[in-house]
Design a protein around this ligand. Structure first.
Ligand SMILES: Nc1ncnc2c1ncn2[C@@H]1O[C@H](COP(=O)(O)OP(=O)(O)OP(=O)(O)O)[C@@H](O)[C@H]1O
Length: 308
């Protein structure tokens, strides 16, 4: 069975800049795959090659077994794309936008109507079907462009920052719809800057930096690689100067977050003993002390050298 996406030694250069440097990876059918990286790392360039907007200089991309390089038309029928900026026509209604998309994908009129009706219902847009998109909120528009990408029942969809700029409840609605689509068998390739989203949604993530794929694994396994560094959050009953923490045994780095300090330590036990000794010595008390498991954000910052 072919993978949903197979990327084989793909390179893209713009003049002397190598935007994507011979990367290879695959996304299995049924996966939600997150593609992460700092600004300018090569995410958009890679996604454009995966969706056939750009041709790689070297290498091949296969979508469900069809080469994007040698058989792009076959491959393009297999997926839908949800762009970051809306591709819905503001002067048309939700119904018209969906029907138009159906026409573009060559669905017959009856089939397009059937799909339009179904998608308006599952995306909670049925009662707005006859309204022009220009009157839609950002959340409604995002649901519509997701529905538009699904008109031809693709097996795979590409999404670019699907919840960017949405309020919390609209973002949650989009995420639960993505999970729901995935549970019906749709493979999802998602580009995001949002680590929480990647952590909760994705089965695996790939991290790209300066055109190179530097990590690819499940969020849990990636976090596991950082297990040796412990994060500790501590607050005292009074403000302390940072010099007090500078040479404390066991503590590697520290920074202030509001009324708390966030510390990293190689030896958690030694660090906690040092904090207790410090507070006794200074006649203060510890108000709270938490040890934190590494987050995907920590993994990302470590691997990308702090670039966002
Ligand atoms: N058409 C182009 N012509 C020249 N350089 C380009 C072009 N497109 C992208 N680049 C460069 O290629 C590199 C990768 O860009 P890309 O847009 O793929 O990064 P990105 O990871 O999507 O970044 P962001 O998160 O900021 O969108 C950047 O240095 C960018 O300036």
């Amino acid at each position: 069975m072919p993978d949903a996406i197979s990327v084989i030694n793909v390179t893209k250069r713009f003049g002397s800049l190598t935007a994507v440097n011979s990367i290879s990876f695959s996304v299995k059918k049924g996966e939600i795959f997150g593609f992460l990286g700092p600004n300018g790392a090569g995410k958009t360039t890679t996604t454009r090659m995966l969706t056939g907007v750009l041709k790689p200089d070297f290498g091949d991309v296969q979508i469900l077994g069809h080469s994007m390089v040698s058989a792009p038309l076959l491959a393009k029928q297999k997926f839908g794309v949800v762009p970051e900026t809306s591709n819905a026509y503001p002067d048309l209604t939700a119904w018209q936008n969906l029907m138009f998309m159906g026409e573009l994908y060559g669905l017959g009129s009856e089939h397009a109507k059937e799909r339009t009706l179904y998608l308006l219902q599952i995306f909670d847009l049925y009662e707005h079907a006859q309204k022009k998109v220009q009157s839609f909120s950002k959340g409604m528009k995002q649901r519509l462009i997701l529905a538009m990408a699904l008109i031809h029942e693709p097996e795979l969809i590409f999404l670019d920052e699907p919840t960017s700029g949405l309020d919390v409840s609209s973002a949650r609605m989009i995420l639960s719809m993505l999970r729901e689509m995935n549970s019906r068998g749709v493979t999802i390739f998602l580009t995001t800057h949002n680590m929480d989203e990647a952590n909760t949604l994705c089965h695996r993530v790939g991290i790209i930096r300066s055109g190179n794929l530097i990590a690819i694994d499940s969020p849990e396994k990636l976090k596991d690689t950082l297990d040796k560094i412990h994060q500790i959050e501590v607050s005292f009953n009074r403000d302390i100067p940072e010099e007090m923490l500078r040479n404390l045994p066991g503590i590697t780095t520290f920074s202030r977050f509001g009324d708390k300090w966030k510390l990293s330590a190689q030896d958690k036990d030694l660090a906690i003993r040092s904090l207790v000794a410090l507070s006794e010595h200074e006649g203060m008390s510890i108000i709270s002390l938490n040890t934190l498991a590494p987050t995907l954000d920590d993994v990302f910052l470590r691997l990308t050298g702090g670039e966002k």
